[in-house]
Ligand binder design. Structure first.
Ligand code: ADP
Ligand code: MG
Length: 230
């Protein structure tokens, strides 16, 4: 069975800005991620991790190359098609939670579902269930500003999982938390990914958790290569 969830071939991205000229970041990335695979992306700051995740998450477009999500080539796909693919197949967790400040935790997890056409009662029940899974059953009515950093990030993860994506992309999801909280949140993230058989690509600096990953990739000279474990 060809259960490829994410496929990148010869993906290139160069940033161009007026005065500073051009900055080639990704210079031919090839990568395949299959269902149930959990892959870490570990590379120094500024090497292109966020750029790569944004391209894979259809938040940006490459200069060259092909990106396939769940068997669908995104090259030449119109905005509506990209939006639908992103909404239905991809969950994205940012380094900073990006929750909507004026909505409760529960509403933040309901919103992507309602945008996808799920009825309100069902979306609410799903949000309740997901937040409970992350130990937040008693926090569902809180606004993000009333939650701790770890709680905010758990809500963001629950939101990313709300539409049952096949692919989870996370950009240093615990990079903003203290070490103990980061370890706990990361552990819950990995359990959720494993439990649901999702494919995940996670940029992280947390070396201790790498043993739980199937592969560790790094960026070298603008290409994605497997990192040899020490
Ligand atoms: P990482 O996530 O690994 O820290 P990024 O993908 O954020 O790396 O950035 C890679 C390089 O591209 C950095 O040098 C960064 O400054 C530059 N960069 C990122 N986004 C932009 C942008 N929108 N415009 C210009 N340069 C950018
Ligand atoms: Mg980054």
């Amino acid at each position: 069975m060809n259960n490829v969830v994410l496929s990148l071939s010869n993906v290139k991205k160069t940033y161009r800005s007026g005065d500073e000229g051009s900055l080639p970041v990704l210079q031919g990335v090839d990568f395949t991620l299959r269902a149930g695979e959990l892959v870490a992306l570990v590379a120094p700051s500024g090497t292109g991790k966020s750029t790569l995740l944004h391209l894979a998450g259809l938040l940006d477009t490459p200069d060259e190359g092909d990106i396939e999500i769940a068997g669908q080539n995104t090259h030449g796909l119109a905005d509506a098609g990209r939006t639908a693919l992103r909404r239905d197949q991809i969950g994205f967790v940012y380094q900073f939670h990006h929750l909507l400040a004026e909505f409760t935790a529960q509403e933040n997890v309901m919103l992507p579902q309602m945008i996808a056409g799920v009825r309100k009662a069902e979306a609410r029940a799903k949000a309740q269930h997901l937040l409970g899974q992350f130990g937040l059953a008693h926090r569902v009515k809180h606004l993000p500003g009333k939650l701790s950093g770890g709680e905010q990030q758990r809500v963001a993860i629950a939101r990313a999982l709300a539409n049952n994506p096949v692919l989870l992309l996370a950009d240093e999801p615990t990079g903003n938390l203290d070490v103990r909280t980061a370890d706990a949140v990361f552990d819950e993230l990995l359990n959720a990914v494993r439990g649901q058989g999702l494919a995940a690509l996670v940029a992280t600096h947390n070396e201790e958790l790498l043993a739980r990953m199937d592969r560790v990739m790094t960026l070298r000279d603008g290409k994605l290569v497997e990192r040899v474990q020490p």
